[in-house]
Design a protein. Structure first.
Length: 575
C-alpha cells in the first residue's frame, strides 16, 4: 500500500475521532470513518490522483477530497488542526485505550480533569470514578484491562507494518554491489503477531557499503549505532532496524542464530555441547580443534546436530526439538497449499470493491474456488435484505467458472445472537453454499453464557465456520471469555471449522488457541475476511499463524479439493 494512503487514512480516522470527542454529528463521524477505510484500501497511490480521481473512490465526496488534496499539498489540514487545538493531547491519548470511547474520554477530562492514561489508571485505583455516571465497576475493569493491553503492546508493531518495512529494506540492500544474500530474521521470520525490532541479515565480504546504504535510505530518521558488523537505525515511523553483515560462509549459522527464538537456540546449543561442538552465529565448530563443521546453510547446521531443518514458525521451544528427534515434525501448511478463500466481502455490505473486482483478483491469485460471504441482516448497519442477497447469488452464478475455471461459492457471514441464534431461518440458509457465523456484539457476556452461545452456533446444521472466534483485536480489544475447550470439543463433534482470520489486527484464532483446538481434532479455515482487493494478500499472515499452530494442509479445509470441501460443508458426517 502506498505510504500516502496510510497517512491519509490515519488522518481521516483521527478527524472522525476528534469530531466525536467534541460532540459532532454522528453521520459526519461515520462518513469520515468510511472514507478513511476506503482510502486505506484503495489499490492505487492517492498522491497521484487529482480531486476527480479521489472522488471516484467509494465514500469520498467533494469535501473530503478537498481535505485530502490540502494534506497532500501542504502536509496539514486546517480543520483538523482547529479540532486538535480544542482538545488536549492527553484526551486524544485517552481514546486510544481499548473500550474507552470519545464521549467517555471527554467526560473524564471535563469532570475530573484527567488528561493522560497514567492519571486515569491512578484515578481508577483510587476509586475516584465511583460517582461518575457511566463508569460503573464493570466499565472500570474494562478500562484497566484496555490499559494493560496497551502496556503489553509497548513499542511493538503489527506484523504487516514490520514486514512492509523489512521487505523494502531487503529490496534496497539486495541491490548493493557485493550482496550475496539478504533477508529478515528474528521474530518477524517466525511470524510473531507483533514485532519489536527488525533484524536484517546480509551475506557479503565487505560490510561498509551496506551500513552506508542503510543509513542513506529515505526511511532512516536516526542512526542509533554504527559499527563494522552491526548498524542500528530508527525509521521515520519509529521502528528500530538492526543490520548485521555476515561472511558468506557463515550465512546458515547466522540465519539460524538470529532467527531464534532464544529458548529454541538454547536447545540447539545444548545439543551441540553434548556432541563436543560449539554453535554460534559464525558456524558449528569442533570444540577441541576449532574446525568449522557446518555453517553455509541452516539445513547443514541442523543436519550436523542430527536434526531435520525446522521451519522458523515452529522455533518457539514448544516441543519442536523433541518432535524433530522423533521424526514427527509436521509438514506445515504453506500459502501454496491454499486453494481458495472462504470469507470475503464486497461493496454490497461493508466491502470496498465490487463482486466482479473481488472475483477477478481472487482468480489472479490462482485459486480453484472462492467464496463471497457478505453480512447478513442482523448487522443492521449493512442493510442486507433477502432480495439483495438473492440478487447477488444470481450475479455470482453467472460469473461461476468464467475466470480460469475458478468455482464460486455463495455464502454469508451470519451474526451469532446473545442466545446463539443466527440470521435467517434454516430453509433460507439451506440455499447457501456455506455459512460463516461470527460474534459482532454482546462481547461482555459471562463465561457460561458465552460458551453456551458459541456451542449452540456450532450445533446449527447450516453453520460451517466460526469466524474470528474470540473477536480479539490485537492491542485494542481482548477476546471474549468462554470455556474454549468446550467450544473446541463442540466444533470437532459437529464438524464446524474454526477460522484463522488473516486480518493482521485479528489473527484470530491465535497460535496458542490453535494448538489447543488441534488437540480436540478441530478443522480450520485460513481466511482473509477481505474487505478490499488488497486484503486478499493478507493470507500470508493467516498461514504464518497456522504454521505457528503446527497445522498441516490436512488440518485446513480450504486446502482441500472442492469435492472434499463440499462434503465437509454438508455437515452430514460423510466427509
Amino acid at each position: 500500500m502506498a505510504r500516502a494512503n496510510e497517512e491519509v487514512e490515519a488522518l481521516l480516522q483521527e478527524y472522525a475521532d476528534l469530531v466525536a470527542i467534541t460532540g459532532g454529528d454522528a453521520f459526519k463521524v461515520r462518513a469520515y470513518e468510511k472514507a478513511a477505510r476506503a482510502i486505506g484500501g484503495h489499490p492505487a497511490d492517492i498522491s497521484r490522483l487529482d480531486a476527480d480521481g479521489l472522488r471516484d473512490i467509494p465514500n469520498v465526496g467533494r469535501s473530503i477530497a478537498e481535505k485530502v488534496i490540502e494534506y497532500l499539498r501542504t502536509g496539514t489540514v486546517a480543520v483538523v488542526e482547529e479540532r486538535r487545538a480544542k482538545i488536549p493531547a492527553g484526551v486524544r491519548e485517552l481514546i486510544t485505550i481499548p473500550t474507552l470511547g470519545p464521549k467517555k474520554a471527554m467526560r473524564l477530562y471535563e469532570d475530573l480533569h484527567i488528561s493522560s492514561v497514567s492519571e486515569l489508571a491512578a484515578a481508577i485505583e483510587a476509586d475516584a470514578l465511583a460517582d461518575l455516571k457511566g463508569f460503573g465497576e464493570k466499565t472500570q475493569e474494562n478500562i484497566l484491562h484496555g490499559i494493560r493491553l496497551m502496556q503489553q503492546a509497548g513499542g511493538r508493531i503489527p506484523i504487516h507494518l514490520a514486514l512492509d518495512t523489512a521487505e523494502e529494506i531487503v529490496s534496497e540492500l539486495s541491490q548493493v554491489t557485493g550482496c550475496k544474500r539478504c533477508t529478515y530474521a528474528g521474530s518477524l521470520r517466525r511470524m510473531r503477531e507483533t514485532i519489536g525490532d527488525i533484524d536484517i541479515l546480509v551475506a557479503a565480504k565487505r560490510s561498509a557499503p551496506f551500513m552506508e546504504a542503510l543509513e542513506a535510505l529515505p526511511a532512516t530518521a536516526e542512526v542509533i549505532a554504527h559499527g563494522e558488523k552491526k548498524t542500528s537505525i530508527r525509521t521515520t515511523k519509529g521502528v528500530q532496524v538492526d543490520l548485521r553483515v555476515l561472511p558468506p560462509d557463515s550465512w546458515g549459522a547466522g540465519l539460524q542464530y538470529f532467527t531464534g527464538s532464544k529458548a529454541h537456540n538454547i536447545r540447539t546449543r545444548t545439543i551441540a555441547v553434548r556432541q563436543g561442538l560449539k554453535l554460534s552465529e559464525y558456524g558449528l565448530f569442533d570444540t577441541d580443534s576449532g574446525e568449522s563443521v557446518a555453517s553455509r546453510s541452516e539445513e547443514e547446521v541442523y543436519a550436523r546436530l542430527g536434526l531435520p531443518w525446522i521451519p522458523p514458525t515452529l522455533r518457539e521451544d514448544r516441543g519442536e526439538i523433541q518432535a524433530a528427534v522423533r521424526g514427527e515434525l509436521p509438514q506445515v501448511v504453506t500459502e501454496r497449499d491454499v486453494r481458495g478463500d472462504l470469507h470475503t466481502h464486497t461493496d454490497l455490505t461493508d466491502g470496498l470493491a465490487s463482486l466482479e473486482a473481488m472475483v477477478e483478483a481472487a482468480a489472479e491469485r490462482g485459486y480453484a474456488y472462492y467464496a463471497v460471504t457478505d453480512h447478513a441482516p442482523n448487522l443492521y448497519m449493512q442493510r442486507m435484505t433477502d432480495e439483495k442477497i438473492l440478487a447477488q447469488r444470481e450475479e455470482l452464478r453467472a460469473l461461476d467458472g468464467a475466470h480460469h475455471g475458478m468455482r464460486l461459492l455463495h455464502g454469508t457471514e451470519l451474526n451469532i445472537s446473545a442466545e446463539g441464534d443466527v440470521d435467517w431461518p434454516g430453509a433460507f440458509l439451506a440455499g447457501f453454499d456455506l455459512c460463516v457465523a461470527s460474534l459482532h456484539s454482546h462481547f461482555d457476556l459471562d463465561r457460561r453464557a458465552m460458551t453456551r452461545r458459541l456451542v449452540r452456533a456450532c450445533e446449527n446444521p447450516h453453520v460451517n465456520i466460526i469466524g474470528h472466534p474470540t473477536t480479539r483485536l490485537i492491542g485494542k480489544r481482548p477476546g471474549v471469555d468462554a470455556d474454549w475447550d468446550q467450544v473446541f470439543a463442540a466444533c470437532a463433534r459437529t464438524g464446524t471449522a474454526l477460522e484463522i482470520n488473516a486480518q493482521p489486527d485479528r489473527l484470530d484464532l491465535c497460535d496458542e488457541d490453535i494448538l489447543r483446538a488441534r488437540q480436540h481434532g478441530v478443522k480450520f479455515a485460513v481466511n482473509t475476511d477481505a474487505h478490499s482487493v488488497l486484503h486478499l494478500a493478507h493470507l500470508r499472515y493467516g498461514v504464518g499463524t497456522a504454521q505457528r499452530g503446527w497445522l498441516t494442509a490436512d488440518d485446513v479445509i480450504n486446502t482441500w479439493p472442492l469435492r472434499r470441501l463440499r462434503r465437509f460443508l454438508a455437515k452430514d458426517g460423510s466427509r
